[in-house]
Ligand binder design. Structure first.
Ligand SMILES: Cc1cc2nc3c(=O)[nH]c(=O)nc-3n(C[C@H](O)[C@H](O)[C@H](O)COP(=O)(O)OP(=O)(O)OC[C@H]3O[C@@H](n4cnc5c(N)ncnc54)[C@H](O)[C@@H]3O)c2cc1C
Length: 405
């Protein structure tokens, strides 16, 4: 029996792979980043239980480590798929693996590396050396080298200090051909590009950030070391505004609802209140869309005297001389126009499907559709926006479909 291929190693791809392997079938999991875990590893915590990302992912990483039926390739993408259900031929391309699996992440190479790069894990708000640990719970737990910044053999300092001979600066890209019975696409999402929403001025003010950036700002292993520091001057803001549907449910940007942004902003507002109980928060929304257990967040927010929910779409954000931001909206319930000056604004930008350069059926918003040619199954956020618990359920369903394909 040929293995199943799972493309994308976020929570849904990892779950699909583990479920398939644990019923006795071989599975190949590929991930384009150098680590598994997808967007969830970047979060401060995740609802409904507000667990850190380690909870849920770590157990799955252990299940992957312990299961010989799962073969995983990181820094890898699919180049081509041919064949049909039961007998797909797939070409994989792995970017050069300059750091081998025997790396212990001891850190000696970082001490000597002279080059710096901006850290995409923190959306460019911090820097790492050209050789770096992607993040502290990276799986596999090993260093990575940024091709664009490393001077390779002309520097060689990391190679000289590595006691484990784990670095090979002349590594080349690798091509692998595999045969699989079915394919699960678990390629997930990226954040909508906030710079496209002209009226919200994301590109013009440092103190306007997005919801995904906020997760890194507030995470204990993130930008502010568990403090919320506004980018312009590293001060701790006292008045913060959230802008819901930033580009979502808007024909000019994303016509659909991303399903998770309201719950995410409620989670974010409550996190700020926990850290700074005296802070003043306003959440501007069109409709508050929370489902299931996340209703608890809404109730908590409604009962918090320092958080105000304002029903009204923000039309414009401008920056003051002191780098504060002024949000203009109409409070629909009172009919009054509002100008609110905050020290920082957080845009609840929506979910856009990740790019996948393969000839797959997609809907008008580029999500991969269910009506695939036989044997290819889209899962979780690669097919529509959803939260983690729905993604995990979807992943289990996809595992069953792929096994009995
Ligand atoms: C601001 C914000 C906060 C959120 N907070 C929560 C929360 O608190 N609780 C909750 O339940 N949900 C939350 N969500 C939703 C949650 O992020 C998703 O449910 C979850 O990430 C879905 O997992 P996934 O595996 O489908 O996708 P992803 O997490 O996006 O993982 C997809 C993986 O596929 C990889 N990939 C992409 N393209 C390719 C390719 N071509 N080849 C190989 N690999 C590829 C990616 O690198 C990534 O590792 C939040 C979303 C947002 C926007």
């Amino acid at each position: 029996m040929k293995p199943v291929l799972v493309i994308g190693g976020g929570i849904s791809g990892v779950t699909t792979a583990v479920e398939i392997a644990e019923v006795g079938k071989e599975v190949i999991l590929i991930e384009k980043e150098s680590y598994l875990g997808g967007n969830v590893v970047k979060f401060n915590n995740y609802f409904p239980k507000l667990c850190p990302p380690t909870c849920g992912l770590e157990i799955n990483f252990r299940r992957i480590k312990q299961n010989p039926r799962i073969k995983y390739y990181t820094s890898t993408e699919v180049q081509e798929i041919s064949g049909e259900k039961g007998n797909f031929k797939v070409k994989l391309e792995t970017t050069p693996q300059y750091v081998k699996n025997n790396c212990t992440a001891c850190g000696k190479c970082i001490e000597v590396c002279p080059e710096e790069r901006s850290d995409e894990f923190n959306y460019g708000y911090t820097k790492t050396k050209a050789i770096y640990l992607p993040h502290e719970m990276a799986f596999p737990y090993k260093f990575n080298i940024d091709d664009d910044f490393c001077k390779k053999e002309s520097c060689n300092k990391c190679v000289e200090v590595c006691e484990y001979e784990a670095i090979n600066l002349s590594a080349k890209k690798e091509l692998t051909e595999i045969e699989v019975s079915s394919i699960v696409t678990a390629t997930g999402w990226k954040n909508y590009d906030a710079s496209k929403i002209d009226n919200l001025n994301y590109s013009e003010s440092k103190n306007i950030i997005t919801n995904v950036e906020f997760e890194r700002f507030i995470a204990s292993n993130g930008i502010g070391d568990n403090k919320l520091l506004r980018p312009s001057d590293n001060s701790e803001p006292k008045r913060i505004a959230f802008v819901q549907c930033a580009g979502s449910r808007d024909e000019n940007h994303l016509p659909y609802c991303s399903a998770v942004c309201c719950s995410a902003s409620l989670k974010h507002a409550l996190t700020i209140q926990e850290l700074y109980p005296k802070s003043e928060i306003k959440i501007f929304y069109i409709d508050m869309r929370v489902a299931g257990r996340n209703e608890d967040f809404l109730v908590k927010v409604q009962n918090n005297k320092n958080i105000e929910l304002v029903k009204g779409k923000v039309g414009k954000i401008t920056e003051t001389e002191s780098n504060n931001v002024i949000l203009e909206a109409e409070d629909i319930l009172s009919g009054k126009k509002i100008k609110y000056e905050a020290e920082m604004a957080i845009l609840a930008t929506g979910i856009v499907p990740s790019d996948i350069n393969l000839n797959l059926n997609k809907d008008q918003n580029h999500f991969i559709t269910d009506s695939q040619k036989d044997g290819i199954f889209p899962v979780a956020c690669s097919r529509k926006p959803m939260d983690v618990s729905s993604s995990v359920k979807d992943a289990t369903a996809a595992a069953v479909k792929a096994i009995y394909n």
